[in-house]
Design a protein around this ligand. Structure first.
Ligand code: DGT
Ligand code: CA
Ligand code: CA
Length: 579
């Protein structure tokens, strides 16, 4: 089994245990294991293959019992504990907890009391008004359930970018071993770094397409083969993800890559443009319409050049003005990984993070950063063990001491004293003015009352900004992809206020959040609002999620100069100065 599959099994075990009313600590440890495996760079398969169980021991956050299940899955392809749980609780009930407003407890009750074990049965029961009479449910919940089902149907069939990327890597590695393979590229919406993708599109250039297809179709994760051809096949994996593979010769690689990267709308515009120039663009190349002679096709630059344009980065190919900008030589300067100098939203085990401040700092140094801001939760977020005044003052003293030790060692790296301070329902902040003034980096965020009316939520966040004590508003819309819709808020009004008070808005790079999204980022850019690209890391591995932020920023036309954490420490400190 591959990492994404193993992570999925652990996620499901956590959910199933929670539905059963199991020990919350245990639930959490499975959920953590899933997150960690999801973010792992190396396939567990190869770690295990190289060194056996020993190879798995250095992975932080994977304990004895999860490790043995990993080994079981790697060697047998399934997990007996997971199977056993699924015999007790039907998979349909598991799906039910994805309906917003239905937690595990409520799902378990619906199953027990009304025998409901699928989304369809749930919808029927709600329509027949059979749910409202259960203790703790009522009419409002019933209506919310119907709304939640509707929302779920809209998002299902979409895959998080991080999950799709892992699957993409799994298949790239798998196909790579065929002799005579030159290149393997993930195209489609994944190459455009859309936050969620419908299916995976893989291109391979090779000497022998037949051998590539054979290898692809023999992958053990495949559930169904939908189409099988010499150069193109489509399969569905056990997880439900669809994968398209196209094998081509090198000559048409550029044209095919351009075509299969999309978006459809962008392609249509490029083709129309070509037509006006007497050219024909297809997935096989660019041809002279009159003579049929091939004029370009082996690489993408060539294809764009043939239609009189500079190469357009995939993230921009959404028909949002990129062709006009390319024509006018005004494409945004691409933000690069190395432009990011530090992470301004990082948790430690002082609140709900998994690692010590030292470990997170070490991880950040390995990323090549100059700084991080440690931003643990404030006391209102009880579930995350948020810090009260005494604890944050102690942490601040500790950070000062830690920095002194770094300085002594001659390290340039610095830890900024920060907080992810809760914006309370009334717009006040969850730390005293004294504490907030003494912090280097105040990240403020909403963690409760997501159902507020738009005007109230807007006023709440604006009030926090107006205190003059906030540097960054974190995950400004509060959405969790596939789980929780954004709360209602007038983002344009928030941005105007942020600009006025020199407050940056966060692009939270966590692949479940990506908040602000591409469209909001574009609006921020237009308004001249600064952005902080942060990971909200709860573990060392999460620091690497910054890539999702960088590419999402590119989708929002954000450039280096718009991002505060591209500044070296000195410039950043000037920006963070309050008052
Ligand atoms: P997705 O999978 O829904 O997240 O989005 P895409 O963009 O990956 O779409 P997909 O997988 O249906 O097709 C991959 C690319 O192939 C798409 O971005 C553009 C190209 N393509 C597919 N169908 C058409 C078409 O009918 N016309 C044109 N011009 N391009 C197409
Ligand atoms: Ca696709
Ligand atoms: Ca496709």
């Amino acid at each position: 089994m591959e990492n994404p599959e193993i992570a999925r099994v652990f996620h499901e075990i956590a959910d199933l245990l929670e539905i059963k009313g199991g020990d919350l600590f245990r639930v959490r440890s499975y959920r953590n294991a899933a997150l960690i495996i999801d973010g792992l760079e190396d396939p567990l398969r190869s770690l295990y293959g190289k060194n056996g169980v020993e190879g798995l021991k250095h992975i932080p956050g994977i304990g004895e019992s999860t490790r043995s299940k990993v080994v079981e899955m790697l060697t047998t392809g399934s997990c007996a504990f997971h199977d056993e749980l699924l015999r007790e609780i039907p998979a349909g009930v598991l799906e039910m907890i994805r309906v917003a407003s239905l937690g595990p407890k409520k799902a378990a009750m619906l199953h027990k009391e009304l025998g409901i074990s699928s989304i369809d049965e749930l919808e029927k029961a709600a329509r027949e008004e059979r749910i409202r009479d259960l203790p703790g449910f009522g009419e409002v919940t019933e209506r919310k359930i119907l709304k939640g089902i509707e929302a779920l149907r809209l998002i299902s069939g979409k895959w998080k970018i991080s999950t799709s990327l892992r699957y993409g890597e799994v298949f790239s590695d798998y196909i790579k071993t065929v002799p005579g393979v030159y290149e393997i590229v993930l195209s489609g919406s994944l190459r455009r770094w859309k936050e969620e993708v419908g299916d995976l599109d893989i291109l391979a250039t090779c000497r022998d397409p037949k051998a590539v297809m054979e290898r692809f179709l023999s992958h053990p994760e495949i559930r169904d083969v939908l189409a099988k051809g010499e150069t193109k096949s489509t399969v569905v994996l056990k997880s439900g993800l669809q994968v398209d593979l196209r094998a081509l010769d090198r000559q048409s690689f550029g044209a095919a890559l351009q075509y299969f990267t999309g978006s459809k709308a962008h392609n249509v515009a490029i083709r129309d443009r070509a037509k006006r120039m007497g050219l024909k663009v297809s997935e096989y190349g660019v041809f002279d319409s009159a003579t049929g002679k091939r004029v370009a096709g082996s690489n993408e630059e060539e294809v764009y050049k043939a239609v009189g344009l500079p190469w357009i980065p995939p993230e921009l190919r959404e028909m949002r003005g990129e062709i006009e900008a390319a024509e006018a030589g005004r494409l945004p300067v691409q933000l690069k990984t190395e432009d990011i100098k530090g992470d301004l939203h990082v948790h430690t085990n002082e609140s709900d993070g998994g690692f010590t401040l030292e470990a997170m700092a070490e991880g950040a140094i390995k990323m090549g950063y100059e700084y991080i801001a440690v931003t643990d939760h404030s006391k209102a977020v009880v579930i995350a063990h948020g810090l009260d005044e005494a604890r944050i003052l102690a942490q601040m003293a500790y950070v000062d001491d830690f920095n002194r030790r770094l300085q002594k060692k001659g390290e340039r790296f610095r830890v900024l004293k920060g907080s992810e301070v809760d914006i309370r329902a009334d717009g006040t902040l969850d730390h005293s003015e004294k504490v907030l003034c003494a912090l280097d980096c105040v990240v403020a965020a909403v963690h409760s009352g997501f159902g507020m009316k738009k005007e109230e939520m807007t006023a709440r966040i604006i009030k926090a900004i107006q205190t003059g004590l906030v540097n960054i508003v974190a995950h400004p819309t509060g959405r969790l992809l596939g789980e929780r819709p954004p709360y209602e808020v007038d983002m344009a009004a928030v941005m105007d206020e942020a600009k006025k008070h020199n407050v940056a808005l966060e692009l939270n790079s966590c692949p479940e959040r990506l908040d602000l999204n591409d469209m909001h980022l574009r609006l921020a850019k237009d308004k001249g609002v600064k952005i902080a690209i942060s990971t909200d890391a709860h573990s060392i591995n999460h620091l690497q999620n910054i890539v999702y932020g960088i590419h999402t920023a590119r989708r929002g036309w954000i450039e280096k100069k718009d991002v505060i954490n591209t500044m070296p420490l000195k410039g950043l400190m000037r920006f963070l100065k309050k008052g």
